[in-house]
Structures are given as structure tokens and as C-alpha cells.
Design a protein around this ligand. Structure first.
Ligand SMILES: [Zn+2]
Length: 425
């Protein structure tokens, strides 16, 4: 598609991106380098298997000034998020989490028919549906056209676009400022972080509240969650770094909760710096101390992760090689983005994994990017009776082991690869 001219511009942009996307410092320290990988959500059709497939670096840096862990913008969000295969409504655990959150926020912020709730990156409306159900005016903003349409069809008003200052200004002018702005698992996905956070500031009513959920960097490091690194995730945050970023845009983080989603996430609560009706909670102070003591503001804390990741790869491959030598069959469960990072980094293809299955019919008949492992409906498991099922979305392992617990009838066992390869008979 691109001409020579475009390529030239692309190179220049890449060079400019070697600076921290928040503070602008030069990026000089590698956090982890997972090599070359395809975009983790670009599932392939049968026809595409014989074509060239783009691979991009998964080289993650840590900024030595603000400690933002980050990936360069190798791929434009427009190329990733405008047609996306991830439909949140297929994960039961997430739906339950969303219903509880809605109840909690309605009570805490006294939301009613005169309030206005905005969710940025609202996916297929899996969360906003619970606000709509309670007659609270809501609006989703979602750039993936196919997913946004699914939300609109369900009766969830949704703008199809990327969020930033431009969108926020327009909404503010139209009188659509928000009492509550929700951003779940989106902060890591914005290349222009400063524009995004400034947009939140613009859209928020003077006494409004922003809640943002993101996977906690300390959990990523402690629990070895390197498979949650993919091109779609440009940034990885500690609370301390998130606080610096929000404060730079006149927003104060006044509360936080620790969540179990995605292997350990934080929900942060932000308000305008001028809004002193909400005191900064003791939890914030305590949590910052915890991070400080762990070494989150010290470069040495980030230096050992890479070696830990390499050792995990060696152990997983050891196990798979041993199992295949015994003549056993292994199938995958799930086709999540994180699975693709893991499989590509470790070089696991159909030589180890016969196939994988997924509940999302959108993926059936397709193949995993890079590894070309075929994706079937979960019925395939009971038809082929594999000796082992490798659970790729390990964050949903309890739900999955319950759903397909019947594999035990033929002596089947579960393998969970992260944080370390572990068997569940
Ligand atoms: Zn920085």
C-alpha cells in the first residue's frame, strides 16, 4: 500500500518515538525483548496462510526518568483497532465483574436518570448495558466498527471513534460533560497518552469522577505475565507512574482498588485537582509506599525481568518436548491475544499444539497469527479427547476448568503456562 514517500515518513516517526511517550526522555533501557511477533489479534483465514505476514518487534523499554514501561508505536492504532476480534461479552467472569462495578458506582456516586456516564473503549457494550438497564443515560466511545455496531444493535448509544482532546472538546461544547468516565483496559492502548488523559480532564464535570482500570505493572513483573505484552499495549503502568501522568493534566488520583482481573489490575479514581470534596484516601498513600518499597522508582527493579522470561520459555518447552516424546496429544483452549504472544515467543506451533478452541464463533475456522494453529469450536475437545489442554487465557482458568472438566473422564489434564508451567490433573 505505502509508497516510498510514506515509508520515509514512517522511519522518521519511529525515530521520534524512541522517546518516552509521557515525559519525552530518551529510552535507553530494555525491559524485555520478545523478538518479532505478528499483531496478536490478526487471525488468519485459510486463504491468508500462504501469504506474507507482517511481524513487528516486541521490544519493551523502561524510561529512566518516569519509569513508564513502554513499547514503541510500531503499528498505528488505526491499523489495529478498527476491526477487532475481541468481543468482551463472551467472558462470563468479566460480565459479573461489570455488573458488580455498576452497582457499586451507582451507590457511591448517587447516579440516576439525570446523570451522564461515558465509557471510553466501550467494546460491545458489555459494561454500559448494566447502566442502560438502570435508566442511567450512557454513551460508549469505541473505534472498532464491527464491535461498536454490536453495541448499537443492543441499544447502547455508541460513538465510533478514537477518544482524545478533539472528541472531548466537541462533547463538552455540546453540553455532554460526564459525571462518570470509565476507561477499562484502554490506557495501555493509547499511543498519545498525554492527549488521552487531557481529553478525560476536558470531558469531566467539575465534581465528576473518572475510574480507570489497568493491569498493574508490579503484578506483571512479580507474576511473570510477559504474555500480556503485545503491540496493542503501548504502555504498562505502576500506580506511581499513573499518578505522575494524571497530575501533569490537573487530575488527582484520590482512591484505588486492587482487582483480580488480568492477573492483577488496579482501578484508580481520579478527580479534578480543584475538587476538594473528595479526600485522598489512606489506601493511596499506603499503596504508594508499597510500590516504593518494592523498588518501583529504581531502575534495578526492572533489570531482572528479561532473564526470568527466558527461563520460563525454556521450562515450558522442556515440558512440551517431554510430553510429545511420550506420544501424548495437546490441544489449546482459547485464542486470546496473550496466547499469541506466548506461542510466538516460544515458537510453539502445530508441532506441539494440534489445535485450539474458542467460544467466540468469529474465530472459528481461522488460524492463530504467526503460528497458524487452527481454531475450532470447543466441541472439538470432546470429539478428539486430547491428553492435555493448554489453557491460554490463564486469567479465566477456573471458569475454563469447570466448563470442560469432562476431560478428566478420559484422564485429560490441564496445563497452565503462566506464571510457570503447572499441571492440573
Ligand atoms: Zn518517561
Amino acid at each position: 500500500m505505502s509508497t516510498t514517500g510514506d515509508k520515509h515518513v514512517h522511519l522518521l516517526e519511529n525515530k521520534a518515538q524512541a522517546c518516552c511517550r509521557f515525559c519525552g526522555s530518551e529510552l535507553r533501557h530494555t525491559f524485555v525483548d520478545l523478538g518479532m511477533s505478528p499483531l496478536c489479534e490478526s487471525y488468519l483465514s485459510l486463504e491468508q496462510l500462504n501469504q506474507m505476514e507482517p511481524f513487528y518487534p516486541l521490544h519493551v523499554y523502561v524510561c529512566d526518568r518516569c519509569f513508564l514501561v513502554q513499547l514503541q508505536e510500531y503499528v498505528k492504532p488505526e491499523d489495529i483497532f478498527t476491526e477487532y476480534a475481541y468481543f468482551s461479552s463472551y467472558a462470563n467472569t468479566l460480565l459479573e465483574h461489570s455488573r458488580n462495578y455498576t452497582q457499586q458506582m451507582i451507590e457511591r456516586l448517587h447516579l440516576d436518570k439525570d446523570s451522564f456516564v461515558v465509557e471510553v473503549a466501550s467494546n460491545d457494550g458489555y459494561l454500559l448495558q448494566y447502566f442502560v438497564e438502570r435508566n442511567i443515560p450512557s454513551l460508549g466511545i469505541e473505534p472498532a466498527v464491527n464491535i461498536a455496531r454490536a453495541a448499537i444493535d443492543k441499544g447502547i448509544p455508541t460513538l465510533i471513534e478514537f477518544f482524545g482532546t478533539e472528541c472531548a472538546h466537541r462533547m463538552a461544547v455540546e453540553g455532554k460533560s460526564a459525571d462518570l468516565i470509565i476507561g477499562n483496559n484502554v490506557l495501555s492502548q493509547v499511543p498519545n497518552l498525554n492527549d488521552f488523559v487531557e481529553g478525560l480532564k476536558i470531558l469531566l464535570k467539575p465534581d465528576g469522577v473518572i475510574t480507570i482500570e489497568f493491569p498493574h505493572l508490579m503484578n506483571l513483573i512479580t507474576n511473570n505475565l510477559f504474555d500480556t505484552i503485545y503491540h496493542e499495549h503501548f504502555s504498562y503502568f505502576s500506580f506511581s507512574t499513573a499518578e505522575k501522568i494524571f497530575l501533569a493534566h490537573g487530575l488527582v488520583l484520590f482512591d484505588l482498588e486492587e482487582l483480580t482481573t488480568h492477573g492483577g489490575s488496579l482501578r484508580i479514581y481520579a478527580r479534578h485537582a480543584q475538587d476538594d470534596s473528595k479526600l485522598v484516601s489512606g489506601r493511596v498513600i499506603e499503596f504508594k509506599q508499597r510500590e516504593e518499597q518494592a523498588g518501583i522508582n529504581d531502575l534495578a527493579y526492572y533489570a531482572t525481568f528479561y532473564e526470568q522470561v527466558k527461563e520460563t520459555k525454556r521450562k515450558l518447552l522442556d515440558f512440551l518436548i517431554k510430553t510429545k516424546r511420550q506420544g501424548k496429544s495437546i490441544a489449546g483452549y482459547g485464542a486470546p491475544g496473550k496466547g499469541n504472544t506466548l506461542l510466538n515467543y516460544c515458537g510453539i506451533r502445530t508441532d506441539f499444539l494440534d489445535y485450539t478452541v474458542d467460544r467466540n464463533p468469529y474465530k472459528h475456522g481461522k488460524f492463530l497469527p504467526g503460528t497458524h494453529i487452527p481454531i475450532y469450536s470447543p466441541d472439538m475437545i470432546s470429539e478428539t479427547k486430547p491428553d492435555y489442554v493448554l489453557i491460554l487465557p490463564w486469567n479465566l482458568k477456573d471458569e475454563i476448568m469447570e466448563q470442560i472438566g469432562f476431560i478428566r473422564e478420559w484422564g485429560g489434564q490441564f496445563i497452565v503456562p503462566i506464571p510457570e508451567v503447572k499441571l492440573y490433573p
